[in-house]
Design a protein around this ligand. Structure first.
Ligand SMILES: Nc1nc2c(ncn2[C@@H]2O[C@H](COP(=O)(O)OP(=O)(O)OP(=O)(O)O)[C@@H](O)[C@H]2O)c(=O)[nH]1
Length: 376
């Protein structure tokens, strides 16, 4: 299906897996272009935030897409996934898929894959997938499905994670302390978001909205923020945003973020965003070693000697052996390096990275990265 138009699209390099998963490590994906894949948007957000309201809004809006939906709901007694595709003319094509093995949000990866595989039997009937998680889901393992599963990975592409936030109750949700000391779901959903919809803005005043945004930005300063009532968004802001490929556009938008303005919220919170920019080029092998130490071995500690746990990382990299810019995409322990467009003639060759995770400190990340940066 190659056409002249597609010739300049870069190929994906093989995906990297943690070392202890040798069977996965051996797998290599066929080089693919993103244009022939069906994009998937994950819609997440805490209980009652407005996910279904958003979904209904999207499905009834005018757009040129035939959208298939996977809803994950805990039914009474059995978990049921409902899939439907809505045509532009409004006709509803509905198919019920009942999963024997629970729902996607329980990290039951096979059940999730099965649901999507079932849906792919209707390939051709839709050109976009929306996947709504339950309010208690961690979107990380769901996002990984599209990277880890060879079959699905070749026909689907993760477009973005959209997190809907209940503006009125978000402080309470972020404050919830988990018994086992782990990061609560509301924080994880925000940490992994590419777009954050601050919904229910009718229920709080402007000052309160600013406080909500400031607090959420202190966790994730990489995402785009949208304020809504009843989840009414401009669809161009949440669909086809291309956050997991050569999204060199979105990398370019990463602002170097100053933690000091929002430090007040880190007294009891440990998830935050760190960004830095380093001029010069890097050695690819050293980069891989660094990524593996950081993501898999977790041997790069923060200044207090604590383990740094990356949830999401993106980067624009200048690799000495590559004539073009390389985009780094990472969710939890999985990462991908994707060659993209060349450097402009007068463009400064640099590395710009953004990290969202637990116990991150800029100094430790920057120091470890700088050990293999070469100034031009
Ligand atoms: N006042 C107000 N209510 C809203 C808004 N958006 C959604 N709601 C209401 O909030 C409730 C929860 O909305 P849903 O869309 O079902 O939320 P959800 O995230 O899908 O909920 P769960 O699936 O239970 O996690 C519903 O009663 C909605 O009508 C809003 O912007 N303002």
């Amino acid at each position: 299906m190659a056409s002249d138009e597609e010739d300049d699209i870069p190929e994906l390099v093989p995906l990297s897996f943690p070392k202890d998963d040798s069977s996965q490590q051996e797998k290599e994906r066929e080089p693919q272009t993103s244009r022939n894949k069906v994009p998937v948007t994950i819609i997440t957000g805490f209980l009652g935030a407005g996910k279904t309201t958003l979904l209904n809004y999207i499905l009834t809006e005018q757009h040129k897409k035939r959208i298939a939906v996977i809803l994950n709901e805990f039914g009474e007694g059995s978990a049921v996934e409902k899939s439907m595709a809505v045509g532009q003319s409004g006709e509803l094509y509905e198919e019920w898929l009942e999963l024997r093995n629970g729902c996607l949000c329980c990290s039951v990866r096979d059940a999730g894959v099965k649901a999507i595989e079932n849906l792919m039997e209707y390939k051709g009937k839709f050109d976009y997938i929306l996947l709504e998680t339950t309010g208690l889901a961690d979107p990380g393992p769901i996002a990984s499905i599209f990277w880890l599963d060879d079959g699905l990975g070749s026909s689907l592409i993760l477009d973005g994670i959209v997190t809907v936030v209940d503006a009125k109750y978000i402080h309470k949700q972020l404050d919830e302390v988990k018994g086992d000391g782990s990061i609560n779901e509301a924080i994880r959903q925000i940490g992994l978001a590419d777009v954050i919809i601050i919904n229910k803005c009718d229920l709080i005043n402007d000052d309160e909205i600013s406080t909500v945004i400031q607090r959420i930005r202190s966790i994730n300063s990489m995402a785009n923020f949208i304020q809504t009532i009843r989840s009414k968004v401009n669809l161009d802001d949440i669909l086809d945003i291309n956050c997991y490929t050569t999204s060199d556009k979105s990398i370019g938008k990463i602002e170097l973020y100053s933690q000091s303005t929002t430090d007040q919220y880190h007294i009891d919170k440990s998830v935050n965003t760190v960004t830095f920019e380093v001029i010069g080029s890097i050695n690819e092998n050293k980069l891989e070693e660094w990524l593996q130490e950081l993501l898999w071995e977790k041997s790069i500690k923060n200044k207090n000697g604590k383990e740094m746990n990356i949830m999401r990382m993106k980067g624009l990299l200048c690799i000495e052996s590559s004539p073009v810019k390389v985009i780094l995409q990472c969710v939890n322990e999985l990462y991908e390096l994707i060659p993209t467009s060349g450097w402009e003639e007068n463009e400064e060759q640099l590395n710009r990275l953004v990290f969202i995770g637990v116990n991150l400190d800029k100094e430790s990340l920057l120091t470890s990265f700088n050990t293999f940066t070469k100034l031009q």
